[in-house]
Design a binder for this molecule. Structure first.
Ligand code: SF4
Length: 487
């Protein structure tokens, strides 16, 4: 498949998006920084309270990591089993290699039923597909029903966090927004009143919608069950009130057994929002049965690849697919907590986005993301399924500048800038020629000190570091005059 079926074609790194510029801009917004700091501090404290005993936490992490790893090891067989059991349950399964195919499939399903309105539960895969914009271009209304998603949809924004999409806004900003954008809404900063306003709009939309859409947290192969974790009840409304339910999931979401779900659910809610359990946990095993009073008449499931097969094929990078989308890596990331999610200009922000987005869109085109990390390791330490994010970042940095590593990484070798190319060629040319190398080091040791710290090639390095002072004589000169094993 094409490396980035949901984005633009990989091009040279210098011409594409720059996380550093967007992050620098975000750092100048004190309101944004205050909103994130407050929200992230709260989430970190709540998560910590859920894991009072580090040994219990580690046991649960070990178990969860083993379940996700085992699921991925058997992914092809589990997906076949899952499809067979879904079909047996009356769920119609569709496969999409690209986002475009997934969007067309959903459009086709809706058109076949004459559906014109869609009410959506939270789904990051649908964000990956840019489904709302696609459906709206085809004359279909797609309304977000998760409160955070609803808030950002009113402003035409994208999520800034994978589980709390409107976390960049505070209640005063939402109060202003509601009073301007919701018909007959009065200005109030009371959170309950704001929630009631959104509920009033959404309740009618659930009743009127022709179709509902949801994501999938876990897909159980042995039973053909779709598991949905949520707190607002909008997921259940989206999947049970309209006559047509369409679920979308990435192909990595499958687990073998129902009993695998319990530990993953336990660590997901604790890591994500610091809750022992979520308010709702839905197990969907097919459309409304004969004699049942509610539930959709039809359930469709779209399983999306979008580069996941390529990630899966690499034994090290495959760990990326263990992710259960809890967001803990973001909440603890010293970069994300200061610049927020929009600076990443990607569907998946934060540490998981820094490894997932470049693998989906190409390491060259998202070179900015893989270098936007200090490699402090906080993400890897909190990840409930022990994804070695820093190690994967280092691997992707190497892939971005080397074409010849024998991997299938999208855009490998295209992340090197023209300046880097020039510098490495020069370095290789000099080091291959001993005489030239000696002359170069002689000049560097004698005149390196004279190079100003603000010189174009080194200024980015020296603006936050002291310029290294070269030794007065090179090592080989010292060996020659002072003696040594290879003098
Ligand atoms: S990488 Fe780990 S911590 Fe980050 S969202 Fe995924 S599971 Fe959660």
């Amino acid at each position: 498949m094409s490396p980035n079926s949901c984005g633009s074609a990989p091009v040279h790194a210098e011409t594409e998006v720059h996380f550093r510029d967007a992050a620098a801009k975000a750092l100048l917004d004190p309101q944004l920084r205050a909103n994130f700091r407050r929200a992230m501090d709260g989430l970190i404290t709540k998560r910590k309270a859920q894991f009072p005993d580090p040994r219990d936490l580690q046991d649960l992490r070990d178990l969860s990591t083993a379940i996700r790893s085992r699921s991925l090891l058997n992914l092809p067989e589990l997906l076949e089993q899952f499809e067979a059991n879904c079909t047996k349950n009356g769920i119609k399964v569709h496969w999409a290699e690209t986002c475009e195919q997934a969007n067309e499939l959903i459009l086709g399903i809706m058109q076949a039923k004459g559906a014109k309105t869609l009410v959506k539960g939270k789904s990051m895969v649908s964000e990956e597909m840019h489904l709302n914009a696609f459906l709206e271009s085809k004359g279909i209304e797609a309304l977000e029903s998760d409160l955070g998603e609803y808030i950002i949809q009113l402003d035409g924004e994208t999520p800034s966090h994978i589980i709390m999409p409107a976390i960049h806004k505070n209640k005063d900003q939402i109060a202003r927004q509601f009073s301007q954008k919701i018909k007959d809404a009065k200005y109030t900063e009371d959170v309950d009143e704001l929630t009631a306003m959104a509920r009033k709009v959404l309740r009618q939309k659930f009743l009127d919608a022709d179709a509902g859409l949801s994501g999938v947290n876990f897909a159980v192969a042995e039973t053909g069950t779709l598991c949905l974790v949520e707190n607002e009840g909008n997921g259940r409304m989206s999947t049970h009130v309209p006559p047509l339910h369409i679920a979308v999931m990435g192909l990595e979401k499958v687990v073998a057994r129902l009993e695998d779900v319990a530990p993953l659910y336990a660590i997901l809610t604790r890591s994500a929002t610091g809750q022992a359990v979520s308010t709702y946990f839905n197990l969907i095993t097919g459309p409304r049965g004969a004699g049942e009073k509610d539930g959709p008449q039809e359930v469709h499931l779209v399983i999306l690849d979008n580069g996941r097969s390529r990630i899966y094929a690499d034994p090290q990078l495959r760990a990326t697919l263990r992710c259960i989308r809890c967001g803990a890596c973001m909440n603890h990331c010293p970069v994300y907590t200061r610049v927020g999610g929009h600076a990443y200009e990607a569907v998946y922000p934060g540490p998981i986005g820094k490894i997932l987005t470049p693998q989906m869109e190409g390491v060259g085109v998202r070179h900015d993301l893989i270098h936007g990390s200090s490699l402090c390791g906080a993400c890897g330490e909190v990840c409930p399924v022990e994804i070695p994010i820093p190690e994967i970042l280092v691997r992707l940095r190497r892939e971005a500048t080397h074409e010849d590593l024998g991997s299938a990484v999208a855009g490998k070798g295209t992340g090197r800038t023209a300046t880097e190319d020039w510098a490495w060629r020069l370095w290789a040319g000099v080091t291959k020629r001993p005489t030239l190398y000696r002359i170069a080091t002689w000049f560097a040791t004698r005149f390196g000190k004279a190079l100003p710290a603000g010189a174009p090639l080194i200024k980015n390095w020296t603006q936050s570091r002291t310029k290294p002072v070269p030794a007065r004589r090179s090592l080989s000169e010292r060996m020659r005059t002072e003696g040594g094993p290879h003098a």
